[in-house]
Structures are given as structure tokens and as C-alpha cells.
Write a protein that binds this ligand. Structure first.
Ligand SMILES: [Zn+2]
Length: 98
């Protein structure tokens, strides 16, 4: 289970379709290869995969990014400060000193 915050802006939504779109394209191209062969041989049609990936990235680049959330590099929860390192005593305020 991932703790990462998923962005739901239109740009990221379009980009997240890349994987499924590539799988569907590969499936359709293999189906055409099996049913028709000849010109629809996978050796001739595979560049369509690159076209699909390029179109989705182009759509993602031009889509609005309103409400976009950057991916967090660390696993810390957003808004929670990191805990102090172990072995360091807590700071003493001047009123507590003698
Ligand atoms: Zn986003």
C-alpha cells in the first residue's frame, strides 16, 4: 500500500492513461496481426504504440494542471514535521533553568 498522494488534475489523469492505452494498442495490433496479417503484420504496425504514447503525453502537456500535487520524494506524511533524531535531549527553556 502506497502512502503517496495521487494527483487528480487533468494533466496527471491523462498521463495515467498511458499504461492502459499501450496495453490496449498492443492487444489490438496483435489481433490485427492474427486476423489479417499481411500489411497488418505486427512488424509494420508497432510504431502506432509510439504514436499513442506521444499523443497522450501531448494531451497531458496541454491539459490544465489546476490543483496539481507534486509527488513526495520522502515517505513522510505531508504537513507533519520530521521527528528529531534519537539521543538528542529536548531543548530546555530559560524559565526551566536554575
Ligand atoms: Zn497533477
Amino acid at each position: 500500500m502506497s502512502n503517496q498522494v495521487r494527483c487528480h488534475c487533468q494533466s496527471c489523469a491523462i498521463r495515467s492513461l498511458t499504461g492502459p492505452a499501450v496495453l490496449i494498442t498492443v492487444g489490438v495490433l496483435f489481433l490485427l496481426h492474427q486476423l489479417h496479417g499481411g500489411y497488418f503484420d505486427f512488424g509494420n504496425t508497432w510504431p502506432l504504440i509510439l504514436v499513442v504514447i506521444g499523443l497522450l503525453h501531448l494531451g497531458s502537456a496541454f491539459a490544465p494542471r489546476d490543483g496539481h500535487v507534486e509527488a513526495q520524494a520522502s515517505t513522510a506524511m505531508p504537513g507533519v514535521p520530521p521527528s528529531p533524531p534519537a539521543g538528542v535531549p529536548p531543548p530546555v527553556s530559560p524559565s526551566e533553568r536554575q
